[in-house]
Design a protein around this ligand. Sequence first.
Ligand code: NAD
Length: 348
Amino acid sequence: MSVTLTDLTAPEGYERLVLAEAPRHGLRALICLHSTVLGPAAGGCRMWAYDNDDQAIHDVTRLARGMTHKNAMADLGLGGGKAVIFGDARTDKTPDMMRAFGEAVETLAGTYWTAEDVGISPADMAFAAERTRFAVGLSGASGDPSPWTAEGVFRCLRVGSGHVFGTEDLTGRRVLVQGLGHVGLSLAEKLAKAGARLIVTDIHAAALKDAMTRLGAVVCAPDAVFDQQIEIFAPCALGGILTERTVGELSASLVCGAANNQLADDALALRLEAAGITYLPDYVVNAGGIISVASEIHGKPDAWRLERLTAIAARVSQMLTTAREAGQAPAAIADEMVRTMLSGRRAA
Ligand code: NAD
């Protein structure tokens, strides 16, 4: 199995952008190391049928930068990186493709740790792990990170509710979960158990039917998300869902979800704040999965994982208090915290 790695020009402020190719095994992937200032870069591998290379580069670079922020805020001793594999995860993925991807990761010699993201399961990661020491989120080890992500988002959503509505009690609260995948479905189950009035959407009908019958959820069409009268919006599909237009249409007072890069543009955090919508930064609230993965990288026990997960909600609470006192958006407070951490380490 031979994988070719080609260094592409990394965007300013990024350490490395690599194209990994193994045509015989159908592998074409990008691996981006945004920052290794706080430790080796860590972040999941996504498989997606991108329309073109520019779209994939945009995705992997934004995601890698998000991982630097996420890992810093969760205090994991890890930098930020991400990988994307070109292709449809439902039809194009093969064990050999994942093995070739593992080989590419191994070639990076521990500067990048990979795990699952959209389109990649623990079973897929196991094939990659046959060829690299730097694949985690494996069954029998830390396992699927998604339930940890969902639990972290749920806890933060409660904290956010306390801040916005004056109570963490979710009984009767109208919450829309967009995307019922690994994280979204688990989050929807927790919300249903907590008594929320659930509205759900997905582009795949099977997941919706289950949520309707089992969780009593109301279904809306994927393109009708911003027509719904809701109190909390939980984006758990793909990024870029909050744009200048959709922010104007959003009826929710709180946004808290698992999707990475929910804001199409960072400046929208201010726009949301001005519209009276509290946006909990995605990279702060969705760190449960990487915390789980980090426990495997660092060889830490379950207690460590739980302690870090609990710390996310405490951090969100602190962030919201500081933001309110300073009259700033929570995202501005979080971004500033990350900048301080990175510049402190660089100076050291
Ligand atoms: P997944 O692939 O299991 O689920 C995504 C779901 O969203 C799928 O059911 C898909 O059909 C649906 N979807 C896609 N486009 C949609 C649209 N336009 N409208 C409605 N539904 C749509 O992925 P996941 O692991 O659940 O991750 C969800 C999001 O959370 C991603 O953005 C991912 O990067 C992020 N995230 C995941 C983890 C994790 O632990 N899995 C950790 C951090 C962040």
